[in-house]
Design a protein around this ligand. Sequence first.
Ligand code: PEP
Length: 249
Amino acid sequence: MKRREIFAGNWKMYKDYQSAVDLTEAVVKGVKAKNGREYIIFPPSPYLRDVSAICSNGVYAGAQNMFFEKEGAFTGEISPYMVKDCGCRYILIGHSERRHVFGETDKDVNKKILAAFEASLEPVLCIGELLDEREKGDTEKVLERQINSAFEGIDRALMGKVIIAYEPVWAIGTGKVATPEMAEDAHLVIREKIKAFFDREISELVPVIYGGSVKPDNIEGLYKMDNIDGVLVGGASLEKESFLSIINI
Ligand code: PEP
């Protein structure tokens, strides 16, 4: 079975309004959209509405984060419904910078996935181990814990809307990319854990994409692997040349 392929760019806290608009226009114009492939831009929240209004040609917008409550006295937060209202289709959940800079827990991640579905958003769940966890041989244990916790209480029927991004924390923004073989191994572990949690059909259905220092010069090796269904790109998604050369592979 051929799975959906996902090519996504996370702009983190970069860009001003005009460069966000210009880059989105350049991506929409330059993408050679392929059947079965989805393209996602995750801009900073203030630009979501304008970026999603420009998106077309198989390119969609998503938010980098949200709170799990619908509304309330939560100063500084944005709700799933606000994200949806801005025209977004996707929501990034549990990015390593949310987990490790802002202290987001596995429980928060689970609540956000439930909240995303309530607002008809499609979650892109980020999971991945820290360097010392990998060095201790705990990668599998960490991925299992993050998966089991993230999907607690999630209806199996909704899993067709989930994307998982394997992002080893030691590879994000560091220039240290996992080798294609390391990423493939981790993706196979992820599929095993999904199979144990749900079943084989779901484990074969869910796209698992890789993130961590993906660049034009390493995309080919990663993309060749059977269980890498696309990529989540940080730094290299900030320039049209590098992002287009990755997503047009
Ligand atoms: C990311 O932000 O999810 C990411 C993978 O960043 P980078 O590509 O810069 O490592």
